[in-house]
Design a protein around this ligand. Structure first.
Ligand code: SF4
Length: 355
């Protein structure tokens, strides 16, 4: 066991490891940096596009530049899906919907949240990778975290991490269990040399799809011919606003506050667990990181390696897994890679999508 090794802890990798070690091995280690699905899932693409737009705004770019950045990111992550399925009309509608919704989130935040946000917080850092060496269990483990932003409360002077979250539903009750909410404040605390209170969530709620498409009031409306509504009513016709003659950007500026609160919901901050819990958690991840480094080294045979990175076959995870044909004996991992069915892993922003 390589005690004393410096390893890097990746939140998304750790969560993958806890779900299925074999998937973690293929996604993060195999062939050097791992392999993933060729097509970025749509919900992740929306998260990435919104993050790109918010990052542009936080770096002081104009609203037009932020929208351009949002659309550019959306187009790049959905290019594969668009080119592979040109005759799939539902997919084309979903792609159009995702493009406008990502931009609509940026516009809505600018119009309804930006002023209050900037009056409350000073932005200290935007999307900077923090690497924090921690001595645990006779090893040095480097925590790697990239916070969407690190903030200082203008009145209390407290330090906070900011996290943009795109989500289907609004359920803040589970966030305190998300290790991102522990790791990022810890990294910020070590980097700035002062306590970090926790995480402020900047939420973008998409809503759940119905018959493949969303009902988000930022881009959809309902009409009975003379009246308009932001929510569905029996017998009223659903309209995708960007396909009408209505100026969709101007319409967003006029949406009632109560409707905006449903798509940009507010929540209390998320606080990390107490120090004894954090210490116990850091000890366990250190042990896992050292084991992972050992079982991925040349010191062990491939058989031993696969035994350690065991396949946790289960209907909840395998059905949507890109490696299911490998784990269920129809092919092998090298054939899948050589057939061009996977792509080398890209280090997406790990916080893009929460549900
Ligand atoms: S198919 Fe199932 S067992 Fe295999 S890597 Fe995926 S989740 Fe794990």
């Amino acid at each position: 066991m390589a005690v004393g090794t410096v390893t890097v802890f990746s939140r998304s990798g750790h969560e993958s490891f806890l779900t299925c070690r074999r998937k973690f091995y293929y996604n993060y280690l195999y062939g050097g940096a791992g392999w993933t699905k060729k097509q970025t899932p749509m919900e992740l693409a929306i998260g990435l596009a919104v993050h790109a737009g918010m990052e542009a705004l936080f770096r002081g770019k104009s609203s037009d530049e932020a929208l351009e950045e949002t659309e550019k990111t959306w187009a790049s992550y959905t290019k594969e899906a668009r080119e592979a399925n040109p005759n799939n009309t539902l997919l084309m509608s979903q792609l159009e919907e995702g493009s406008y919704l990502s931009q609509a989130f940026i516009l809505a935040w600018l119009n309804f949240r930006a002023e209050e946000f900037h009056n409350t917080y000073e932005i200290l850092q935007v999307e900077e990778e923090l690497r924090v060496p921690l001595d645990i269990c006779s090893a040095t483990v480097t925590l790697a975290a990239r916070c969407d932003a690190i903030l200082r409360d203008r009145s209390t002077k407290d330090l906070w991490v900011l996290n943009h979250k795109t989500c289907k539903d609004w359920d803040s009750s589970t966030w305190k269990y998300d290790i991102q909410m522990w790791m990022e404040p810890l990294a910020a605390e070590h980097h700035f040399g002062e306590p970090c209170r926790g995480t402020i969530i900047n939420a973008f709620r998409k809503g759940r799809p119905y018959q493949g498409l969303l009902n988000n009031p930022l881009i959809y409306g309902y009409t009975n011919g003379s009246d308009w509504s932001y929510t569905s009513k029996p017998g009223w016709k659903k309209i995708f606003i960007p396909q009408t003659s209505i100026d969709w950007q101007d319409r967003i500026r006029k949406i009632p506050e109560a409707v905006i609160d449903t798509v940009l919901p507010r929540s209390l901050p998320v606080y990390p667990p107490t120090q004894p819990i954090l210490t116990e958690w850091l000890t366990s991840i250190t042990r896992w990181q050292l084991e992972i480094a050992y079982y991925n080294s040349d010191d062990v045979s491939q058989e031993e390696r696969l035994n350690y990175f065991e396949a946790r076959r289960c209907k909840f995870t395998c059905a949507s897994c890109e490696f299911s044909n490998v784990c269920f004996g129809q092919t092998d991992i090298d054939t899948v890679i050589n057939d061009g069915l996977l792509q080398k892993r890209i280090d997406h922003h790990a916080t893009a999508e929460s549900s």
